[in-house]
Design a binder for this molecule. Structure first.
Ligand code: PMV
Length: 312
């Protein structure tokens, strides 16, 4: 018995870090995917094969003893083995999303992995898969807001908040150029750094959370109207808060300035400290040209409207 599922990567358009403290976020699923195949095996092993690492181990190992990158998949397989009493599972991962760049490789892997593994036994709803995926992601990053897995499950552009999530129907003219710093980051350590900033500057941080909530509210409407110029201004404002909480660095600053100079607005996407920035355009080539001239790889991100796809 085999089961295959695929989930898209994502970018965070607005609200990263502040979403951890309840301000909400706007995220977009992108047209790069991770596909996971799960297979029942007779050998009493959990076998994971991926381009970023492989593992063949006994079931029942404590999560902390499993290599960090493969831990969520190990957790999903191990939990399934325990509940369904089969000997072993082989999990194969194929990815179009670079790891550690803030483009949702980990969340897409958790969502596709949860669907593929549970698809061996039964049909599960998207909400059930999302729940399994967030729990799997918590094995590497306990404090996740859950926003990333939510957009990878449901696709499209979503507003994510404490009250759940809603889809946003964005205008057709939205162009997103994603540029890579080439440096990976650890979401967990950047989030820990922000926590320290918040503890040292509670009033300033709380003011920024309120301002970020206002951005999220306004941006939903601007996306629906397709008002790229105003969205760009909001991106630049959001970027100033990300700079204030210390998640940027010299390379990211240079990239953001390049993006801002050649588009409606630009900011870091994801945790920062490495990873990617994006620029908002109305489809023109200026931002992509400027990033390339600056020596940064970039691509035009298409919006994935499907989210999780289950193939069996
Ligand atoms: O892992 P990244 O780079 O997509 O960042 C996750 C977004 C944060 O807001 C920093 C954390 C979270 O769980 O929402």
């Amino acid at each position: 018995m085999k089961s295959t599922a695929s989930a898209p990567g994502k970018i965070i358009l607005f609200g990263e870090h502040f979403v951890v403290y309840g301000s909400g976020a706007i995220l977009c699923a992108i047209d790069r995917r991770i596909t996971v195949t799960a297979e029942e095996t007779m050998e009493k092993k959990i076998h994971i094969i991926s381009e970023i690492g492989s593992l063949k181990a006994e079931p029942g190992i404590p999560a902390c003893d499993v290599d960090c990158i493969l831990r969520p998949l190990y957790h999903l397989a191990d939990t399934a083995l325990r509940s369904h009493g089969i000997p072993g599972i082989k999990v194969t991962v194929k990815s179009e999303i670079p790891a550690g760049m803030g483009l949702g490789s980990s969340s897409a892997c958790c969502v596709a992995g949860a669907a593929a593994v549970s698809g061996l036994f039964s049909d599960y709803s998207r909400e059930e898969i999302l729940h399994l995926a967030v729990n799997a992601e918590r094995t590497i990053f306990q404090d996740t807001s859950g926003a990333d897995c939510t957009v990878c499950t449901h696709g499209g552009i979503i507003r994510y908040g404490g009250d759940g999530h809603e889809k946003i129907d964005a205008g057709q003219n939205l162009g997103i150029i994603v540029a890579s710093s080439g440096a990976t980051h650890s979401t967990k350590s950047v989030v820990a750094k922000v926590k320290k900033f918040r503890n040292a500057n509670p009033a300033e941080f709380s003011g920024m959370c309120d301002a970020e909530s206002d951005i999220i509210r306004d941006v939903k409407e601007l996306l629906e109207q397709g008002d790229i110029a105003q969205l760009g201004k909001k991106a630049n404002q959001n970027q100033r808060y990300l700079e204030a909480i210390g998640v940027t660095n010299q390379t990211l600053q240079e990239m953001v300035r390049i993006g801002q100079g050649a588009s409606a607005g630009a900011k870091i996407t994801g945790a920062g400290g490495g990873g990617c920035v994006f620029a908002l355009t109305d489809g023109g080539p200026a931002a992509a040209d400027a990033f390339r001239e600056g020596g940064y790889e970039c691509f035009a991100a298409g919006i994935d409207s499907d989210g999780l796809i289950v193939f069996n």
